[in-house]
Design a protein around this ligand. Structure first.
Ligand code: PBG
Length: 332
């Protein structure tokens, strides 16, 4: 029997057994490619569940260390830390306070797991400002780009002094990578890498994160600084090119699943490592549908991560990092 039209062409031949499919598959996730985002909350002695992200918690300093050790044991490649302070103010003072929660927890992590996993920090202001925006505000209530750069520079130095092994600026201010690079170099950290959130979109998929980090904007939204999903891929390439020119060592696309076209274009355009952030809303969608019995949870997780990898991500930030790394190690 021959297939109608194209004698001999039968793509299904290589799909007929699990062993054949395994042999010919080309997208392979590795535990070391995964990065686990972690939240640490000031003033708590027990982890606090995040209702919109079942399975994810706001850690205490103690539970954070324990969870970091589990990530190392699973072979996860990196951690990225977000701090949730008790006191917030207009300038986000806790962000660069050497005794602020993020600096203390960072030093804990470096002491506990440094060298075994890459300890990174998100570098932004929204978790630390009382208004919830990623920068300082003008009197008119607009985010002041250039005044914010000075704050980011100071936060970078505070994080470096606390032991950060990579800093990851996520605020989408113009010139942020250059300002941070200059500050790190001047303070004696010329070798500290910057993973830039270069193409970051104003996304509904950050919703659950804003519960996790307690950082929803108190007025307005972030569309004045994060990218518009309706712009062309070329704008993302421009953001990436600017960040590289300013000294970024690796770049990120965020969110992941709704921006695979952007991810592919960035991966084709640059030779630095490209990261993709599978964000809180992407996590919550799968968890919610699985909890309702509407999709197969494990298969959906694997399929989304495979798609992100296939689109060109070298590094994937995902709240499932530990579970997926364990599964990969067990050959699943
Ligand atoms: C900003 C920041 C955000 C996320 C990571 N860094 C929130 C935002 O831009 O509103 C979102 C991550 C997620 O949704 O999982 N500091």
């Amino acid at each position: 029997m021959t297939a109608p039209g194209y004698p001999g062409a039968r793509p299904r031949r290589l799909r007929r057994s699990p062993a054949l499919r395994r042999m010919v598959s080309s997208v392979r996730l590795r535990p070391a490619d995964l990065v686990l985002p972690m939240f640490v909350k000031e003033g708590v002695d027990q982890p606090i569940p995040i209702s919109s992200m079942p399975g994810v918690v706001q850690h205490s300093r103690t539970s954070l260390r324990r969870a970091a050790v589990e990530a190392v044991e699973a072979g996860v490649g990196g951690l990225i830390l977000f701090g949730v302070p008790t006191e917030k103010d207009a300038r986000g003072s806790a962000a660069d306070d050497p005794d602020g929660i993020v600096q203390l927890a960072l030093a804990d992590l470096v002491g506990e797991v440094g060298g075994d996993i890459v300890v990174m920090t998100d570098l932004c202001l929204d978790e630390y400002t009382d208004h919830g925006h990623c920068g300082l505000l003008t009197d008119a209530g607009e985010v002041d780009n250039d005044a914010t750069l000075a704050r980011y520079a100071s936060i970078a130095v505070a994080q470096a002094r606390a032991g950060a092994e990579v800093v990851a600026p996520s605020g989408m201010m113009d010139g942020q990578v250059g300002a941070i690079r200059a500050a790190l170099d001047a303070d004696g950290y010329p070798d500290l890498p910057i993973l830039a959130y270069s193409a970051k979109y104003a996304s509904a998929f950050y919703g659950p994160f804003r519960d996790a980090a307690q950082c929803a904007p108190q007025f307005g939204d972030r569309a004045g600084y994060q990218q518009d999903p309706a712009r062309s891929v070329g704008e993302a390439l421009r953001e990436v090119a600017l960040d590289l020119a300013e000294g970024a060592d690796a770049v990120m696309v965020k969110p992941a699943l709704a921006y695979l076209d952007v991810l592919r274009a960035v991966a084709d355009a640059v030779d630095v490592p490209v990261a993709a952030y599978q964000v809180s809303g992407e996590y919550a969608m799968v968890e919610a549908a699985a909890a309702a019995g509407w999709i197969d949870r494990e298969r959906a997780i694997t399929e989304t991560l495979t798609a992100i990898s296939r689109a060109g991500a070298d590094i994937i930030l995902t709240y499932w990092a530990v579970e997926v790394a364990r599964g990969l190690a067990a050959g699943r």
